[in-house]
Design a protein around this ligand. Sequence first.
Ligand SMILES: CC(C)(COP(=O)(O)OP(=O)(O)OC[C@H]1O[C@@H](n2cnc3c(N)ncnc32)[C@H](O)[C@@H]1OP(=O)(O)O)[C@@H](O)C(=O)NCCC(=O)NCCS
Length: 280
Amino acid sequence: MILRSLTTDDTSLAPDWLRGRRMLPDRWRDEHTRTLIAEDGAGEPMGAATMWTSPVHPDRYSVDLVVAPDHRRAGIATALLEALAELQPEPKRFIWGAAETDPAHGFAATFGARTIQRAPLDTFQTSRAGRLRPRDDIASAAAVSRVALEQAWVDMYEWTHADWHPVGPDTRAALVEDLWDEIDPHLSSIAVSATGAIDAVLLVFIDGGQPVVAGETVSRDTPAGTRLLEGCARRTFNLLAGAGFAETLLDAHETDPHFAPLFDALGPVTRWHRIVEFRP
Ligand SMILES: CC(C)(COP(=O)(O)OP(=O)(O)OC[C@H]1O[C@@H](n2cnc3c(N)ncnc32)[C@H](O)[C@@H]1OP(=O)(O)O)[C@@H](O)C(=O)NCCC(=O)NCCS
């Protein structure tokens, strides 16, 4: 087996099993974005692997691997992963996620993969709004300025990721880069305190397909946080239903202390996306 950098030529000639996956040429951004291909002695590709750092989460390398179906269980993915680890300028763990039932978790398990997060994969019925209690301190996200909403989102994002996938320094710009274009502020909800501060934020992301709802309280210790999220979810789910969206996805985490307690009322969750970290 030969391991070498994946080039632009490889991506244009990619076999079917590789074409479906996003494998960009080696060093597509810098020395933290690497892609290798494994070939047999005749130059036939047998597998490929890529790793990259995220501008928002520089703590680990995201990774993806694929091996041609005819060549699986012959150690090719293991060799590719070990080679990627060797290429890291500073050694960091890999992070990867898939549906909990994905057989590739068996591969990650051989490197002692540790679960760091789970997220619901189900679609949620917006008619479930009726199970949630209303509050009178909930408003449309369109009622506050773009700057205030972006700050609330950044503050919320930072603390909800701090314990398992911390954001790097100076990531504010990356976190809000496309935010305003991706959300519907009228369907999105906020909880507003007596002093006018945003206490909780629940945004609706719409890209033409199914909506995605994401949010939490703006600080970790907001009193009555679950009740605030419940009020936001009730308003947003009601509006989504009224706008013709019978279902929505949630971008939420099992560890979100105020949102996760609502999963049962909104769902319940039957399928999980599991995120793991590992190192060869
Ligand atoms: C997951 C994948 C990359 C593994 O490639 P591979 O070359 O077959 O992996 P290896 O031969 O290096 O496997 C090493 C060990 O991992 C485990 N493993 C690999 N595939 C597994 C599977 N489908 N189910 C359970 N365990 C598995 C086994 O313990 C295996 O050792 P063994 O064959 O001696 O039992 C390959 O199945 C694939 O391309 N799947 C589709 C793409 C995908 O899911 N990619 C995400 C990978 S993180």
